[in-house]
Design a protein around this ligand. Structure first.
Ligand SMILES: Nc1ncnc2c1ncn2[C@@H]1O[C@H](COP(=O)(O)OP(=O)(O)OP(=O)(O)O)[C@@H](O)[C@H]1O
Length: 287
């Protein structure tokens, strides 16, 4: 069963195509990461999923329905839902009233993991970005929704408490759809990753390890792109990025020796999700 079903969504703003015939699903109990560069349309898609934006065409279903009851959804927008003149305890109490919950119960279940006690009496305007984010994630999850839709949940959050918060979010096999710029985080936390580029998914949503395994090799050789060195790459698979060539290569390949004759300025690294994204994106746009 799916919790989010996106079918043929297209969306443009001021004549600029942002999303182009996008389709995918997020299944029950899945942690699904949507990755994409700045401006690739992640937040627009979240606004469409939540019916804050109307797409040009296509359909979104949550819990199998076009019109769903949002009581069972926890939402973290990129703009945090915080009223700056309130204290932290006041906004939490406000959300308790909305969801008919007791403040003491929320404090007992969440305050330790979200480290709320030290900031409970603080005015929201005085909080750091990371503290505001912690409070906002708490507001999204405190009513124990089945589905969380989170835009950049862990940007600015101290990595030492990210794991603890993540465990709370995942409790009871909750379905989570999140966007992120943190590729390593997506690799570590998501059951599936999807890559948004040029308004489309640039590869089928896959388990992060599977997406990496499907690359042409598990090592990459990175060196400055010159015409001379590029001429050597007759059989190799590579992409160009930021003035560098990123060439997929098996360990022990003769390519390492050949490149070493031309330049000492190269590095050998394991491939990761960034390579999945850039490799497919460049293949798609024939760069
Ligand atoms: N009201 C608007 N007018 C003009 N352009 C817009 C408007 N809203 C969004 N855009 C453009 O749509 C594109 C997608 O924006 P969106 O915020 O969805 O991207 P994003 O992937 O969430 O970016 P980021 O990672 O930086 O948060 C961007 O190029 C943005 O400039």
């Amino acid at each position: 069963m799916n919790k989010i079903l996106i079918t043929n969504i297209s969306y443009s703003v001021k004549g600029k195509q942002i999303l182009n015939d996008l389709s995918f699903e997020v299944k029950q109990n899945e942690v699904f990461a949507l990755i994409g560069k700045n401006g690739s349309g992640k937040s627009s898609l979240i606004d469409i999923i939540l019916q804050d934006l109307k797409p040009d065409s296509g359909e979104v279903k949550l819990f199998g329905k076009e019109k769903c009851n949002y009581k069972n959804v926890g939402i973290l927008y990129d703009h945090l839902p915080l009223i700056t003149l309130l204290r932290v305890e006041e906004i939490i109490k406000y959300y308790c009233t909305v969801h008919k919950l007791k403040y003491a119960t929320i404090a007992q279940h969440f305050f330790e993991d979200f480290e709320i006690k030290p900031i409970e009496k603080s005015f929201i305007r005085t909080l750091s970005l990371g503290e505001k984010k912690r409070v906002s994630i708490l507001l999204a999850v405190m009513h124990n929704p089945d589905l969380l839709i989170l835009d950049e949940p862990f940007a600015n959050v101290d990595p030492t408490i990210t794991n603890r918060i993540w465990n709370v979010l995942k409790r009871d096999g909750r379905t989570i759809f999140f966007t992120t710029h943190n590729w390593a985080d997506a690799e570590k936390r998501a059951d599936k990753v999807a890559f948004l580029g040029n308004g489309k998914l640039i590869a089928k949503p896959l388990k992060p390890a599977e997406a990496i395994k499907n690359l042409p090799a598990q090592k990459k050789l990175i060196f400055t792109s010159t015409q001379e060195v590029e001429r050597l790459l007759t059989k190799e698979t590579y992409y160009k990025h930021d003035g560098n060539i990123v060439c997929f290569s098996q360990p022990g390949s003769s390519l390492f020796r050949v490149i070493a004759q031309y330049t000492s300025n190269f590095s050998i690294q394991d491939v990761d999700l960034t390579d999945v994204y850039l490799f497919h994106l460049k293949a798609e746009s024939h760069v």
